[in-house]
Design a protein around this ligand. Structure first.
Ligand code: SF4
Ligand SMILES: [Zn+2]
Length: 334
């Protein structure tokens, strides 16, 4: 067990975790809402430090990160647990369970770096579940990765407090944040609320971490034009039209088996709305859509990166610029 970062000691050996906006007050012998942080005799410990449940090589496009070292592989790692409880979680078997209920293996940060070097990858991705809840493990890996010039990327729900996030940002290179919908959506489907996610997105953007956003479109919950426009307008007002947006189709899973899959035409239409509204890089996900998986130059509108699924068919960029008109394409290209 590793003592947690970011917590306060209270009276009677209670502690308050400061890592995420839940600020759980935890009595001795109890755990926080995420199920992986436990108060033992007045000290808070991470139960998942060095205990990944999943480690695999994925194309960086699978995160999805489309403007970050295209075509490269990322060593992707997760422990058990999450601080959100989305009814449609695709990885619920590892995210919504206590760590002792799922098989893990022992892998201290040094071993993760050795694994990345042995497999000749330049990117580590903290992903699959919610990296915030394995913060101590993530940041120790990230520091070592930085020393070896390996890039750190995170796929996150953004439900994290600003102090730990600011610390993490010192070592982060790229991020995909799930931007789910309205506050009501967060309350109804994820057991959380939206404001802290907005703050986290803004912090990462301000710190210059390469940022892409994902919005999963779920029929009946956030699939109306006004829902899409609200997300788009928020991005335009608070970030930049250069932030790529991935609009993904929902498939019935976990506790939402009765909700139908999102029709491809809804996602394709949402992309058109976002492009028309001025976002420069909008993609569709979880549906076959050649156009929606291609990066087009915002200057001359020609395709500059063509993808097939998660694989790069053609990357025409020259030093991050369109080969036709020279327009700079936002992203991390080398
Ligand atoms: S990280 Fe876990 S223990 Fe800490 S506040 Fe969030 S849910 Fe509670
Ligand atoms: Zn061009």
């Amino acid at each position: 067990m590793k003592e947690a970062l970011f917590y306060k000691k209270l009276k009677d050996k209670e502690v308050q975790c400061q890592l995420c906006p839940r600020f759980c007050v935890i009595k001795p012998g109890n755990r926080g809402n995420c199920g992986v942080r436990e108060n033992t005799n007045g000290k808070l410990y991470s139960l998942v430090y060095g205990k990944p449940v999943s480690i695999a090589l994925d194309p960086i496009e699978k995160k999805p990160l489309y403007h970050f070292l295209p075509g490269q592989q990322a060593l992707s790692i997760a422990t058990a647990g999450c601080n959100l409880h989305c009814l449609y979680c695709q990885n619920w078997e590892i995210s919504q369970c206590r760590p002792e209920k799922v098989a893990s293996f022992s892998m201290p940060p040094k071993r993760v770096i050795e694994e990345a070097i042995n497999r000749e990858v330049n990117i580590i991705s903290y992903t699959y579940t919610e990296p915030t809840i394995f913060f101590e493990y993530m940041i120790d890996i990230a520091k070592l990765a930085r020393e070896k010039k390996i890039r750190n990327t995170i796929v996150t729900n953004g439900f994290i407090n600003s102090e730990p996030l600011t610390e993490l940002c010192k070592y982060l290179d790229g991020s995909n944040i799930d931007f789910k919908g309205s506050d009501e959506f967060y309350k109804k489907l994820s057991g959380a609320w939206r404001k802290p996610v907005e703050e986290a997105i803004k912090i990462m953007h301000e710190k210059g971490i390469w940022l892409e956003l994902t919005n999963l479109i779920i029929p009946g919950y956030n699939d109306k034009e006004k829902n899409i426009l609200e997300i788009i307008n928020w991005i335009k007002e608070n970030l930049s039209v250069d932030v790529p947006l991935h609009l993904s189709a929902f498939y019935p899973t976990y506790k939402m088996l009765e909700t139908p899959a999102t029709k491809p035409e809804i996602v394709i239409k949402a992309r058109k709305i976002a492009m028309k509204a001025g976002l420069r890089y909008v993609y569709t996900g979880n549906i076959p859509d050649k156009e929606g998986s291609t990066t087009f130059c915002p200057g001359c509108k020609k395709p500059v990166i063509i993808r097939q699924g998660f694989y790069i068919k053609e990357n025409r960029l020259i030093d991050g610029r369109c080969p036709e008109c020279g327009e700079k394409i936002a992203g991390v290209w080398k």
